[in-house]
Design a protein around this ligand. Structure first.
Ligand code: HEM
Ligand SMILES: *[C@@H]1O[C@H](CO)[C@@H](O)[C@H](O)[C@H]1NC(C)=O
Length: 324
């Protein structure tokens, strides 16, 4: 009797949670857990790590590219690997969204990690979990913080280019837009600043910072001049420059120091330190690498928890680029 009534109450609670909460993560009644594959695929995480480490030692920038993929996945219908799907007859790939096209990269590294995992445990480990683990392993490989990755996400059968264009920030976004885009995902302004610290590694193309280096005044003059050297006012759209000009391949808190010198590469970087509400957060991270590390790690976990498909929702894709 006691066990029946407690099961009854649990069921009732679940129904209440499902109907009263806007957060999809409680709706399936299953939360992500760090030990999700412990019995079904105990070598999943080490297999992924080997694939990621190999790719980053072949090309150091890959660590940056993979962290970005997880972000661009999670902001569009949750962390469901929708970003990885190629176009089909029923939807256009998110990879064609303005924020991703000719820019998001590293897909082959995730597909390679997936095929290694498939060979040891077929049909068990989702592409969305591989993205989350790859982001953490990339941070570690680049000298950044580590964290425990929550697991148990499942993959979508569809994608939305329109949703990607609505939800992903643009490099021209003013501070208010950045705060509200992240706010919609349950991430605070502080989370947003910490996560932007991922721009301590990686590269951007000339077309993303041209207007800033030719037309803007909230930029260090010598820095603007130097960047114009490899980014002409017309042409050279895909020429690369480091987002953190001093230590572009190591994950440190230098990004925040350069913002304080008006040497942010993107307009969306510099707005974080431009006399607005986030100046103090930038200042504190520039003074404390450890504060940045712990806030970045916590924010990555929070971002990784955005609207996952769990339980029997979605699927475990056989290949990350195509729905089953
Ligand atoms: C706050 C709003 C953000 C905007 C507007 C933004 C925009 C951009 C742009 C325009 C690029 C250069 C892309 C290119 O030129 O091909 C870039 C690169 C990058 N972004 Fe962001 N980003 C934002 C936040 C984030 C967040 C939250 C993360 C991860 C947690 C992230 C990680 C990266 C990384 C690592 C790169 C370098 C990628 C590479 O070298 O392949 N960004 N971002
Ligand atoms: C500078 O701004 C003007 C006016 O918005 C624009 O037409 C021009 O293309 C910009 N120049 C560069 C190099 O981006």
């Amino acid at each position: 009797m006691g066990s029946i009534s407690s099961a009854y109450i649990t069921t009732l609670l679940m129904i209440l949670l499902c109907t009263s909460s806007s957060m999809l993560l409680v709706c399936e009644g299953q939360q992500l857990t760090s030990n999700f594959y412990d019995s079904t695929c105990p070598n999943a995480l080490s297999t992924i790590r080997t694939a990621i480490r190999t790719a980053i030692s072949a090309e150091r920038r890959m660590g940056a590219s993979l962290i970005r993929l997880h972000f661009h996945d999670c902001f569009v219908n949750g962390c469901d690997a929708s970003l990885l799907l190629d176009s089909t007859s029923s939807f256009e790939s998110e990879q064609n969204a303005i924020q991703n096209i000719n820019s998001a990269r590293g897909f082959h590294v995730i597909e390679n990690a997936k095929s290694r995992v498939e060979s040891i445990c077929p049909g068990v480990v989702s592409c969305s979990d591989i993205l989350a683990v790859a982001a953490r392993d990339s941070s570690v490989a680049m000298g950044g913080p580590s964290w425990t990755v929550n697991l148990g996400r499942r993959d979508s059968a569809t994608a939305s280019k329109d949703e990607a264009e609505r939800e992903l920030p643009l490099f021209t976004a003013p501070l208010d837009d950045l705060i509200s885009l992240f706010g919609r995902k349950g991430l605070s302004a502080k989370d947003m600043v910490a996560l932007s610290g991922a721009h301590t590694i990686g590269q951007a193309q000339c077309f993303t910072f041209r207007d800033r280096i030719y037309n803007h005044t909230n930029i260090d003059a010598g820095f603007a001049r130097k960047r114009r050297g490899n980014c002409p006012s017309t042409g050279g759209d895909s020429n690369l420059a480091a987002l953190d000009l001093v230590t572009p391949t190591s994950f440190d808190n230098n990004y925040f120091k350069i913002l304080m010198q008006k040497k942010g590469l993107l307009e969306s970087d510099q707005v974080l330190f431009n006399g607005g509400s986030t100046d103090d957060i930038v200042r504190s991270y520039s003074n404390s690498r450890s504060a940045f590390y712990s806030d970045f790690a916590a924010a990555m976990v929070k971002m990784g928890d955005i609207e996952p498909l769990t339980g029997s929702a979605g699927q475990i894709r056989a290949r990350c680029s195509v729905p089953n």
